[in-house]
Design a protein around this ligand. Structure first.
Ligand SMILES: [Zn+2]
Length: 230
């Protein structure tokens, strides 16, 4: 080949390689290039149920603040009285407030459609009255207790997004779990999930959850996750 054609040949070869790669990607959505993009957008939602409580919610908020991470709190509104400042702190520090329940008593919540909607609305009202924020997300107490499908449509009609979870720290599932156990359970159950929606609790008995939180956040930061709130 004559030397003066060499640069043009190289440009053509590069173009053909690029086109081939693009064509290949279009035909094969699961190619490594696409997976790499997904890998770069690893997301985790930290979700706390059953608060507010004085000590544990306060500690959780301290950790989130120190780590500059936002989370979502699903509130039990019967536990708000006397802890209004904690609820306001959650909102003020940029976290999301969601509805969990007024009472957290399954037999009452799921007694009828009417009882269910009353439970949701009275919790939402307390959150709005105390913080000025109208909640837009909901989490079923007890995961829905067999009523999930029946009530999801009602929630959607009223503008709520229903938030489930796909990973747990184990603070309800494993009796007397230490912070170390909760950390390991979080890592284990989050594996392969995208995005990770991690279930944690900030009610009064969950001091170990607050203690595990720095390590849990540290691990997911190290793994390149972005922390999200609803
Ligand atoms: Zn709950």
């Amino acid at each position: 080949m004559h030397k003066k054609y060499l640069p043009l040949t190289l440009v053509l070869a590069a173009l053909l390689t690029m086109l081939a790669a693009l064509g290949y990607r279009a035909l094969n959505p699961a190619t490594p290039a696409i997976s790499l993009a997904a890998e770069q957008e690893k997301q985790i939602y930290l979700t706390f149920d059953d608060g507010p409580s004085t000590v544990v919610t306060g500690r959780v908020l301290d950790v989130l603040k120190a780590q500059n991470v936002k989370a979502t709190f699903f509130i039990v509104s019967d536990r708000v009285e006397g802890r209004e400042d904690i609820l306001r702190r959650i909102a003020k520090e940029g976290h999301t407030l969601g509805v969990h329940s007024k009472t957290h008593i399954y037999t009452q919540i799921y007694a009828s459609e009417e009882a269910f909607l009353k439970d949701v609305e009275s919790c939402a009202k307390v959150i709005e009255k105390v913080t000025g924020v109208r909640p837009r997300v909901y989490r079923f107490p007890g995961g829905g207790d067999g009523h999930r499908e029946q009530y999801t449509a009602l929630l959607k009609e009223r503008g709520y997004g229903v938030v489930s979870w796909n990973a747990v720290c184990g603070d309800e599932e494993i009796p007397n779990a230490s912070a170390e156990v909760l950390y390991r359970e979080s890592v284990k159950t989050a594996r392969g999930k995208q995005p990770v929606v991690l279930l944690l609790h900030d009610s009064a008995t969950h001091k170990e959850t607050a203690a595990a939180l720095p390590d849990i956040i540290g691990y997911f930061k190290e793994q390149g996750y972005t922390f999200c709130a609803y």
